[in-house]
Structure formats: C-alpha cells, structure tokens
Write a protein that binds this ligand. Structure first.
Ligand SMILES: Nc1ncnc2c1ncn2[C@@H]1O[C@H](COP(=O)(O)OP(=O)(O)OP(=O)(O)O)[C@@H](O)[C@H]1O
Ligand SMILES: [Mg+2]
Length: 666
C-alpha cells in the first residue's frame, strides 16, 4: 500500500484525494502536476473505483506511455481497462466504436499530412482552382481552422470554399478522417446523439487532463460535454507553458473551466521538485517578463551553486561537436546515463547537423519530433496496402498502390478509372470492378486481367488478415506476393544497397507488428488498431523507437512534460529563439517564444547548457548570429561562459577506476 502522505506534500495530497467534484491546478514547471495525476489514478483504484471509469488525457504519446507505466509501477496492477491516452487516440477509439452512426465504416482510414496533401491536390484539380492559388500549407491551415472553429470564412479565404467542400465530401466518400476529425466527429456525436453521450458519461466517470493549458477550445468542449454530468474532472496545467497557440490551443480554456465549473476546488503547488536552485531562479526570472500570466511562486529545496553554462562557438558544426564531446565527458566523468540527457532545439532544421555529429561520435541518440519511420516511402507503401485492404473505398491508398509495384497500369487507364468513379459517384475500387465486366470499355483485356489480379490481392488479404493467425506473417506473405523486393531492386538498379536498406525497413516494420501482436498486454490485436496507433504516433513523437540508453534529441515542443538530468539547448540565438518568422507574423508572439524558452530550460534537473553560434548556415546561406535576447532576461550571476573543464582531476580518475573495478567484480 502506498503511503500517500509520505510521498506527496500536503497540497499534492489534497489534490490526489479530492476525487469527487471538479479540481483545478495551475502550477509552475516541475511542481508535480503530472505526479498528482498518476497518484490520483492509483488512489482511485485503491478506493475501488473500477479502471474502466477512469480517463486520463495528455498531449503526446510519449507522455501517455510514461503516465501509464508510472501507474503500473505504483499499483503493481494489470491495467487492462484503464484509459490513459492522448486526445487524438481517445477520439479515434470513440470513432472506432461509434462512427457507423455518422455513416462511416468502422475500418475507416486516418489520413496523415501526406495523404491530406494528395487529397487537397486532387480537390484543387476537380474544382479548377487556379494553379497560383495552390498553396498546400495555406489550404491545410484554412481547412483545419474552419473545421475546428478557429477561423471563419472571409472575403480573403473564400476562394478556397469549394476546395474545402470537395475535401470534406471526399473524406466521407473514402471512409477516411483527418486528424481534426478525431476530435470534431466525437464532439459532434456527443452534441447530436444524447444516448451516445450518456453511454460515455456512464463509462468515464472520472476524468483528468494534463497539460490543460494546451487544450484547444474544441477539445475542451468535447471533454466538457463528457464531464458535465458527473463533474468529476481534474485539470492540471501551467499557463506559462502554453506553446501551441498557433494550433488553436489557448489558455483561455482555463477561464472557461472556471466559469463552467464554478464549484471547483483550486489547488496551488509551489514547490518545484525537479530543478536545482540556479535553474529555477533563472526560469522564474525569465518568465516574469511576460505580462499576460497568472503570478506564481515556485521554490526548490535543491540547493546548488552550479551555474548555467553558456557556450559561444564559431558555427553549427563546432556547436554540435561541443555537445557530442561534452556528452561523452559527462557520461564518463559524472556517470550520467545517456537517456538522462536531452538535446533540445527550437526548430526541426537544426537537427540534421546535431544528428550527424552524434552519429559520428558514437553517441547513441533517438530523435523525436522529426520525420517518423512510418513516413518513409517504402513503409508508407505497405501501410497503404493494408489500409486499402481494410477499406477499399480509401481512394488515396488505392491510387498509391495501384501501380506500385509496377504492374503496367498506366496513367491513361488510371484516368479512365477516375472518370468512371467521378461520373458514377463511386469509389476508385468500385470503378475498377465495374470496368472488368464492361463490354465496351477502352481498356484492353491484358489490363483487365491485371486489374483482376490486383483486386484478387485486396480481397484475398482482406479475408486472410481478418481470419488467419499471425498478422505479421500474413503481411510478410503479402510483401512477397506483390514482389516488393524485386520492385525495389528495379527502382534502385544502380545501387542495390539502397534497395536492401529499404527492404530491411519494411521487414523491421513487420517485426514491430509482430512484437505488438505478441505483447501479452495487448488483449485485442487487430490490424486496424495498429494502423491507428501508427497514424497517431507519427504525428509528434515516435514511441516505437523509444529505447533506454539513448540521448534524446528533440524539439522543445516534443519535450514538454519531460525531464532530464542534463539539458543542452542549441541555437540560443536571435531569430531562432525567439523565432524570426513568429515575431514577424505578430510581435505579441514574443510571449509565446519566451514560454518556449521557459519550457526548454525547466526540463533540466541538474545542469543546463546553452550554446550560441557566431555564424550559422541557414538555408544554405551563412549568417552572422547574435545571442538570443532572452539570455539577458536571466540574472547574470547565474550564468557562466567559462568553458566547462573536460579534464579529469586525479581524484575523479581514481573514482572512475574504482567504479569500473567494482562493476567488473560484480
Ligand atoms: N512530493 C514529491 N516528492 C518527491 N518528488 C516529487 C514530488 N513531487 C514531484 N516530484 C518529482 O518532481 C519531478 C517533477 O514532477 P512532475 O513531472 O510531475 O512536474 P510537473 O508539474 O508535471 O512538470 P511540468 O510542468 O514540466 O509538466 C518528477 O521527477 C517528480 O517525480
Ligand atoms: Mg507535467
């Protein structure tokens, strides 16, 4: 049995044990908000609240996974019915159960940004959008903004209305949803179908939300509907860490919560348990420059006089080398564990040099927030097969695979199939099927035979994946059947190694499926839920590749909620943080940039390194850089720019040998 009083301070204890009625906790970084949620779940289970009545939501897959793991360790229980998930996976789960009420198939496809791009291009063509207006990024933004009530139609964006309507109609026809739909559609179900809402209210009687400051208004409304009746909802967050306003998240929702749940209990947490004094003081000082915030006190008992290290280097190569070498030193000297080290960057484009240099220096690392394994072309091809097999109305997937590997179905045939589909208002797959029997078709008999074979694959594997034993094994047979390896060898005729490498990737993909399938905690391994899992994981963080013993190289956004003994923040330069484009768009964004800086530095438990380059190559162009103005917003006596010593003292060398000797004799 856990001694809650001993493991929590009095305010945390109150937050953990107040399980009836609404609770609001707004508190600074490292004050134990996430800890409160995990202990709260454990406390509920101790109070005999059934697992299935509990719902905990958070922002990233990684955070959800860690929370789950923590509860499992705390309680030692098997958590088969507990829901700890991201908003998007929770939405996907509801849709899986109820989407037929909206006229979709339960095997619906989830489109990622690549699929979205394809679909937008298609819709633009169909609506004869002027090619000059085809700005995919902008259109995606408008579509998402309209769907999530973030923006309205205006004179300016009206030209895209037709594309938007087509886009929506196509998704529906394909039995496909985009990421926004994972919240929009469940929200719609809740507001339009009272018995469905009632069913979920009866299931999820106790609700918790971590990182509440980054919940969008739409996500808030969705959860509000769920919580309104039982009113057992606990939200925890920090307005100083709100870093997703560009995606519609808005800490206004804290005020909405106060209004919607006036009887709430409000709890303040003021002790930071994460960081040493220096780091906390610097962070507090920095964030006090924001005007628009709730004032908070935050103190730590962790004394320390290690200053924050500011390192000036010539360019990004030197920066990466410093980081790689210094990581090796602290691993050796301070016995730091690789996974307790975080290397953070403001933007994705700073990753490449760091990644290369870590690799060259044999520093094991894993990357989050970058391009996902599941977005590689060869892996996506196989995923498209699987999606098409489960949901043949998914035109985007069918079109991706109809001639991959090449089977001699040319552009003309595809155009003809597309025309039939449009004329008759049917899916591409149904159009293929109708061509096979059409007497007056311009399609030759040879091609008809090929189309026959293609359909046979889809149907055959639809049966097998739903009915036979191992999913992974069946997928390997599929890869064999379509001759994917030969296709790769043909595509990369000049370089067998690339073909082999790509083939290894898809074999790794099937291995991941196998591992998932055989996982004893996985009670219901079906392919659809695996595909959903990866659609969701490729969004932000790559949970599949997470392993111990590796340095974490990630964007600040992906690091939210995490903590590391040692943190390196690279590119502490004006224009990078604060980010130039963000400031140009709207000068008030400086506050959000400051919050990002605050999130970055409060990830550090013991030691913080900030690196600044004199020059940096940005988009192939070498630029003179100046240090970030945020550096001046921290008390200067907490920062030192003396190079950290790489040499070991005699004492340290002795200690190192003693440690090694001990390890070998164990
Ligand atoms: N009462 C406590 N006793 C010991 N350790 C604690 C206590 N409260 C929190 N901690 C530890 O402090 C660290 C920070 O806690 P946690 O991650 O829950 O903070 P947080 O408020 O969620 O931070 P963030 O705002 O960054 O998400 C964790 O390692 C946690 O285990
Ligand atoms: Mg947290």
């Amino acid at each position: 049995m856990i001694d809650y009083k001993k493991e929590l301070n009095p305010e945390q204890y109150q937050a953990v044990t107040t399980i009836q009625g609404p609770v609001l906790i707004i508190a600074g970084a490292g004050s134990g908000k996430t800890r409160v949620i995990t202990y709260r779940i454990s406390y509920m289970l101790d109070s005999h609240i059934p697992q299935k009545n509990i719902l905990a939501l958070t922002f990233t897959n990684k955070a959800a996974k860690e929370m789950w793991e923590r509860v499992r360790q705390l309680t030692g229980k098997k958590l088969t019915n507990l829901t700890v998930s991201t908003f998007h996976s929770f939405g996907a789960q509801i849709l899986r159960e109820k989407i037929h009420h909206l006229g979709y198939r339960p095997n619906f496809s989830i489109y990622d940004t690549q699929d979205q791009t394809e679909l937008i291009k298609q819709c633009a063509k169909e609506t004869n959008l002027h090619p000059e207006l085809l700005n995919i990024g902008l259109i995606k933004n408008i579509i998402s903004g309209i769907k999530t009530d973030r923006i309205q139609w205006t004179e300016e964006n009206e030209v895209y209305q037709q594309v938007f309507l087509e886009y929506q109609a196509h998704l529906k026809a394909y039995h496909a949803v985009d990421f926004d739909d994972l919240i929009v559609l469940p929200n719609k179900l809740f507001s339009e179908q009272p018995n469905i809402l009632e069913e979920y209210r009866n299931r999820y009687k106790y609700i918790m939300i971590d990182e509440f400051q980054d919940t969008s208004i739409l996500q808030y409304n969705f959860i509000k509907q769920l919580a309104e009746k039982n009113r057992n909802i606990c939200v925890v967050g920090d307005d100083d860490q709100s870093i997703y306003s560009w995606r519609g998240a808005n800490y206004q929702n804290i005020m909405l919560f106060e209004k919607d749940f006036p009887e709430r209990v409000e709890i303040k947490l003021e002790q930071n348990y994460r960081s040493v004094q220096t780091i906390l003081e610097a962070a507090n000082h920095l964030i006090s420059h924001n005007t628009n915030r709730k004032d908070k006190k935050l103190w730590t008992g962790k004394e320390d006089n290690n200053k924050i290290q500011l390192i000036f280097v010539d360019d990004e190569k030197k920066e990466a080398e410093f980081i790689a070498e210094h990581i090796r030193t602290i691993v050796l000297k301070e016995r730091a564990a690789y996974h307790q080290i975080g290397v953070l960057v403001r933007t994705n484009n700073l990753m490449a040099t760091l990644e290369n240099t870590l690799l060259q220096n044999n520093v094991p690392y894993k990357l989050s927030g970058g391009k996902s394994f599941f977005e590689r072309k060869e892996v996506k091809d196989i995923i498209a097969y699987l999606r098409a097999i489960l949901n043949p109305d998914d035109d985007i997937s069918i079109l991706r695979i109809i001639n991959t590997p090449k089977r001699g179905i040319g552009r003309q045939t595809i155009q003809h199939i597309g025309d039939i589909a449009t004329e008759q208002g049917i899916s591409i797959y149904s159009a293929i099927s109708s061509i096979r029997y059409a007497e007056d078709s311009p399609v030759s008999n040879t091609i008809k035979k090929t189309l026959d074979e293609f359909m046979a694959i889809i149907e055959d594997y639809n049966y097998r994946l739903n009915n036979t034993g191992s999913i992974a094994e069946t997928i390997r047979e599929l890869i064999d059947d379509i001759n994917y390896f030969e296709y790769l060898l043909g595509e990369y005729r000049d370089n067998d190694n690339i073909a082999r490498y790509k083939y290894q990737n898809i074999m790794l993909f099937t291995d991941l499926i196998e591992r998932w399938e055989k996982d004893p905690d996985n009670l219901n391994p079906n392919l659809w839920s695996y595909l959903t899992k990866i659609s969701l994981s490729s969004r932000e963080d790559n949970t599949e590749e997470s392993e111990k013993g590796k340095v974490n190289l990630m964007t600040i956004h992906a690091a939210k909620g995490l903590e590391f003994d040692h943190v390196f923040l690279a590119g502490v330069e004006d224009g990078i943080i604060p980010h130039q484009r963000a400031i140009e768009d709207d000068p008030s964004n400086i506050e959000e940039e400051r919050r990002l800086f605050y999130v970055a530095i409060t990830r550090a438990k013991q030691k913080l390194y900030l690196t600044t380059c004199k020059k940096r190559k940005i988009m192939r162009e070498e630029k003179e850089q100046t240090p970030s103005p945020f550096l001046e917003e921290m008390p200067q006596h907490l920062i030192t720019s003396e190079e950290p010593s790489q040499e070991m003292t005699e004492e340290e060398v002795d200690k190192l040998f003693a440690d090694l000797k001990k390890r070998f004799s164990e």
